[in-house]
Write a protein that binds this ligand. Sequence first.
Ligand SMILES: *Cc1c(COP(=O)(O)O)cnc(C)c1O
Length: 380
Amino acid sequence: MEFETLAIHDGQAPEPRTGAVSVPIYQTSTFQQDGIGQQRLGFEYSRSGNPTRQALEAALALVEKGDYGLAFASGSAATLAALQVLKPGDGILAGNDTYGGTYRIFERILRPWGVDTRYVDATNIAAFEQAIDSNTRLIWVETPTNPLLKLVDIAALADLARRRNLLLVVDNTFASPYLQQPLALGAHVVVHSTTKYLGGHSDVVGGAFITSDKAIYDTVKFYQNAAGAVPGPWDSWLVLRGLKTLKVRMREHQESALYLAHILEAHPAVERVYYPGLTSHPQHELAKRQMRGFGGMISFEVKGGFPAVERLISRLKLFVLAESLGGVESLLCYPPRMTHASVAPEERARRGIHDNLVRLSVGLEAASDLEADLLEGLQS
Ligand SMILES: *Cc1c(COP(=O)(O)O)cnc(C)c1O
């Protein structure tokens, strides 16, 4: 079945007792047992399992073409959970453009526990191969990356991981499973911040973990129950609801993003545009091969440095200045002082995150209104 059919139906059959078509929000912490150890439908306590969360977990697995899904209280919780397959002494190779919070988990949580992470140019498969040593167990990448929207060739990296007996984890938050399905390309694990496109309405924080590997699932499922960073029934329901419209939202996000990327690329006040859908993007061919579309995120450099960025921000009426992405409303973020403020200035410069860079999450407003807003903001 097609993506949108699965997203609406799977794991979400009408509730048998009343026929409710929308999965009910089972707002309960515990479940009556018919006798000691006799659970009616396998539920005993909502940290271990809850029917609303279970419906979400089944749907997450299906849209990512995986056998098993787990829902978490945030993308960061899902990230730390996925890393429980490691033990002290193991090493990680991570793309050098990972989400700041993921970098913080590698450096401030895992490193003190004896797991070493090294960073590699994520666009360079040979660099990953060269960096592998006897401790390396896992490769962690995001694609498209944040904020420069570089792409990682998932199939090539999966091939390397298979040859060298490593696990490949892909954070698929920026693409969403509608546009890109890393498990089908050979990755072992997918994680998401469902806060972004999967939730889609800027009203919930959540995370997801998906795999088809039973042993990895068992480890992470054990950790989910033991550590307890689970989403409540209401948050699970919000993500489940978001998932049903993912396809139509992604189509609109990316149609508007492509339109605006062309407008920006032709604008005299814009120095450079980063968007995988532009033929000027160095990995446009890979984007066409690996993704079903180019996504809703655009980054661009404004001529005139930081003062021009400030002028743009002060004039915009529709683009809201905020962190996060993937919601119905368009957002603008200034990575140097927002999402990437914790990266040292020299390191930022080395990565190509210049002081005139802004990032857009293109929402579902009319593209013509968004265009008018940007043109007004860019006027000198
Ligand atoms: C937001 C984000 C995360 C972290 O998710 P939270 O839900 O904020 O904890 C991880 N990876 C990427 C790519 C993100 O954008």
